[in-house]
Design a protein. Structure first.
Lengths: 257, 180
């Protein structure tokens, strides 16, 4: 447990302009950067890598279907809690295209919700999405349901990797292609992140929680080779989250107590 | 205090149309979560790109959805229900359900035709012949954002709802596919 770093911050001022910070760190030893307030209404506990443009061509990670809740229990807004990975064409900016894949637990709407059926309840699912910008503030984002499942603790692998078509990426679950994205319009990226995301008024709203997700991760380098997380990494641990780093073991762990 | 004891033993009742999918044999490639929790050396994992053992992937994925519908328009979900559903999908932490007076346009078509018209590939395992209600709603909604990116709001979105089950298969935020 000595490797566990807990960062519980007071509620800071909300800043919509918080920059992305990639803290320098020794190879294989990501350093915490616990100075982020939530960028309302999004809060995160993530590890990220920001490299040179074109230094990455994909993301691979493994995580278990663990319990998490956005605290939403009824007819209230569409909050969600996710454990996922992001692959970005470049450092976060006003026109950064990106692809994401992972787990979500969110409120399912009235008659037929985001993940189907008529439960009007929280629903747990695997999803992927991509976002393409044509100008600052002008974008399209496509969300795709992969499947519903129960939080049974089973491990699954996810990856975003070059596909057969130029400038398209395959989104894969357990080695099987579940989607194809051309949102980035190129076969090169520079930033990846894995971790948890909460979307709602505040992270301890109505009993939200997440058990520990251990996300074992790798990247695809500029030549398509698989390698462990690059040396320069940073973390973002917003108020209400915890993070634990398995230094040297390429695993980022997060939870929401 | 151990990690486990700090984790509250709360359980989400994850009810969904596809909950039974786990019984259909989603393959397990790697070791248990407990291993990842207890071992400082990290979990042992399968190599990237490994294939799903057991049940063919498309079989379990297809099983999640209702049988693929023919290309002939058919639906057990009414147009009005699809439009009402689509309006509810506007709701986010920062945007409300779209008012019933919001301009809303619906069309019954195949998933493949909808994807092609929007420059997308139909996800493997989903039949392009599936009938879907495509509904465009002119109302604000918010997209997902990656860490570090400020939240934003789009003024229009389009959804593809399975015409048989009501499952929302795709949501295009910032997409105004239908305008009449």
């Amino acid at each position: 447990m000595d490797l566990m770093r807990r960062t519980i911050l007071g509620v800071g001022a909300i800043s919509a302009l918080s920059p992305v910070v990639a803290a320098a760190a020794l190879p294989g030893a990501a350093e915490a950067t616990p100075s982020y307030p939530c960028i309302s209404p999004h809060c995160y506990s993530v590890e990220k890598y920001v490299g040179a443009q074109g230094s990455l061509t994909g993301l691979w990670f493994q995580e278990s279907d663990n319990n998490m809740s956005n605290g939403n229990t009824g007819a209230s807004p569409y909050y969600h809690i996710n454990s996922e990975g992001w692959y970005l064409e470049n450092a976060v900016g006003s026109t950064t295209d990106y692809i994401e894949v992972g787990l979500t637990n969110e409120y399912e709407g009235s008659a037929n919700g985001y993940v189907g059926s008529t439960c009007s309840c929280l629903a747990y699912a695997q999803f992927w999405a991509d976002t393409h910008y044509t100008a600052p503030g002008v974008y399209t984002q496509w969300e795709h349901l992969i499947t519903n499942l129960t939080p049974d603790g089973v491990n699954h692998t996810y990856q975003i990797v070059r596909g057969a078509t130029a400038n398209h990426y395959n989104i894969e679950l357990d080695g099987n292609v579940v989607g194809s994205s051309g949102a980035t319009n190129q076969w090169a990226g520079s930033q990846v992140a894995v971790g948890g995301e909460y979307y709602g008024p505040y992270v301890d709203w109505g009993g939200s929680f997440a058990n520990t997700f251990d996300i074992y991760h790798k990247t695809y380098n500029s030549t398509g080779g698989v390698e462990f997380w690059p040396a320069v990494s940073g973390t973002q641990v917003d108020p209400g989250f915890n993070a634990r780093l398995w230094n040297g073991n390429n695993t980022y762990s997060w939870n929401m107590p | 205090m151990s990690e486990h004891s700090m984790n509250r033993t709360k359980y989400v009742i994850a009810i969904s149309a596809g909950a039974a999918i786990t019984a259909l044999g989603i393959g397990v490639l790697a070791t248990s979560h407990a291993n990842a929790e207890s071992s400082p050396s990290g979990p042992v994992v399968a190599a990237p790109g490994g294939n799903l053992a057991g049940t063919p992937f498309n079989s379990w994925r297809e099983a999640h959805f209702a049988p693929a519908q023919s290309a002939q328009p058919s639906s057990s979900i009414s147009e009005a229900a699809a439009m009402t559903d689509a309006q509810s999908f506007a709701q986010t932490a920062t945007t409300p359900v779209a008012p019933s007076t919001s301009p809303t346009f619906a069309k019954l078509m195949t998933l493949g035709a909808f994807d092609a018209a929007n420059g997308n590939s139909t996800d493997p395992g989903l039949s392009p012949d599936r009938s879907v209600w495509v509904v465009t709603v002119d109302a604000p909604t918010a997209p997902n954002t990656p860490p570090g990116m400020p939240a934003s709001t789009a003024s229009v979105y389009t959804v593809a709802i399975d015409a048989t089950t009501g499952t929302l298969i795709e949501k295009g935020i910032g997409v105004g596919y239908l305008n009449s």
